[in-house]
Design a protein around this ligand. Structure first.
Ligand SMILES: [Zn+2]
Ligand SMILES: [Zn+2]
Length: 401
């Protein structure tokens, strides 16, 4: 990518910025849950057709757009954005102009920004088609937020293999970095998020006669505390691991011992073996506690996404492209991996790839809340950097290095 081209593209992004914002807000107002992104998909397919893309729909929702560059080459690069929203009731005055119009559904993970970003890149890449070496594959992926994960379904569908994808890149907005910045690291970046449901069965009865009942509330209380020891007493302290119970439900009145209590939670690790060890130890603990009291249990474990592990070569390329386009200081090296999960990991099981964070945090846009918070917001200026880097990655050819 020559300097003149870099300048031209930066200017072009400034020109289309109002459009990026408009698209982001449109998506934000009409969020759709994982696997139900029908309206979003129609909008994407229509827009991409309008740009002149060849569009494939291997799954019910989401789509894949293909652009053959003007310079002949076998090179095939994929860029991925996730398009789904979360089951959250949105809040936040910074977003008052474009709050979700759907009750209990909201883009509180920034996927509206990711989608608008990639659509912006699609528009610009089409305009600079003659400068592209090989083929660019744009992956608008559904259902990042829900198991088994759209990333898994797409990477196992075989379409990317058929298109000959050789490398893949994806990004996520980050409230912990400023707009204009990106952050990345080679190796493990994001954790493996497994999910579990524990049902503790007791024997219901009168609250005043606990000796006649088996109290699943008390048993659950013991388990909540004991299960933390699975991490601290059974797992090697040098292996990162987190266990969180995020939901607990049981009982109906202040004077009734209920029949059962249900708890849902997640375990985050970087290694399947560590996760497996935690699962087994959890089950032993649950079995021992419930059976000792005369109760019983049900323990359900849903294997989550693998860990996101960035390939050394694609990460080096991403850093080189980003440093040149946005400046060395704007490219942060992440030291510690984060325990959140991402189904981008599935692509990385098939293709070398890099996932990076796009700074989107600022006081003025109220973008100070963590992902999945009802007030989560992303500073829209982040999209200028996002589009630039995605376009840069697609236009970068090995001769430039
Ligand atoms: Zn999320
Ligand atoms: Zn997300």
């Amino acid at each position: 990518m020559t300097e003149t081209l870099e300048k031209e593209i930066t200017q072009r992004i400034e020109q289309i910025y109002p459009e990026l914002v408009q698209t982001r807000r449109k998506l934000h107002q009409e969020p759709e849950l994982s696997f139900y992104e029908f309206q979003t998909t129609s909008f994407l397919v229509e827009t991409l057709h309008g740009y002149g893309y060849e569009v494939h729909q291997p799954l019910e929702t989401g789509c894949i757009a293909v652009l053959k560059g003007g310079k002949k080459s076998d090179r095939v690069i994929a860029l991925r954005a996730d398009i789904d929203a979360l089951p959250i009731q949105e809040e936040g005055e910074h977003k008052s102009e474009f709050l979700s119009r759907r009750n209990g559904v909201a883009h509180c993970c920034g996927h509206d920004v990711h989608t608008s970003n990639l659509l912006g890149a699609a528009k610009i890449l089409k305009e600079y088609k003659d400068d592209i070496e090989g083929t660019v594959v744009l992956v608008f992926q559904p259902a990042e937020e829900k198991l088994p994960g759209g990333g898994r379904l797409l990477s196992e569908s075989g379409i990317l293999q058929k298109l000959g994808v050789q490398e893949i890149y994806g990004l996520h907005t980050s409230p912990y970095h400023q707009p204009g910045e990106v952050a990345v690291k080679s190796g493990p970046l994001m954790a493996r998020p497994d999910e579990f449901t524990i049902t503790v069965f007791g024997k219901g009865g009168h609250a005043a006669a606990p000796h006649m009942a088996v109290d699943p509330v008390v048993l659950s209380g013991q388990l909540i505390t004991l299960l933390q020891s699975v991490i601290t007493r059974h797992i090697n302290p040098t292996d990162p691991a987190v266990l969180t119970i995020g939901k607990i439900e049981g009982g109906s009145a202040h004077n009734v011992i209920p029949e059962k209590v249900e708890m849902k939670g997640t375990v985050r690790t970087f290694d399947r073996e560590v996760a497996e060890k935690i699962r087994m130890q959890m089950e032993q603990t649950i079995k021992a506690v419930t059976e000792a009291a005369g109760g019983s249990y049900d323990f359900n474990w849903d294997e989550g996404y693998p860990a996101v592990v960035n390939d050394a070569d694609t990460t080096e390329k991403m850093k080189r492209v980003a440093r040149r386009l946005i400046g060395v200081k704007q490219v942060t090296e992440i030291e510690d991996p984060v325990m959140a999960g991402e189904d981008f990991a599935f692509y990385q099981e098939h293709f070398p790839g890099t996932f990076f964070f796009l700074g989107s945090g600022s006081e003025e846009s109220g973008s100070v809340y963590s992902w999945h918070h009802p007030r989560y917001n992303a500073d829209e200026r982040a999209m200028k950097t996002g589009v630039l880097i995605l376009v840069g990655l697609a236009l970068d050819s090995s001769d430039d290095s």
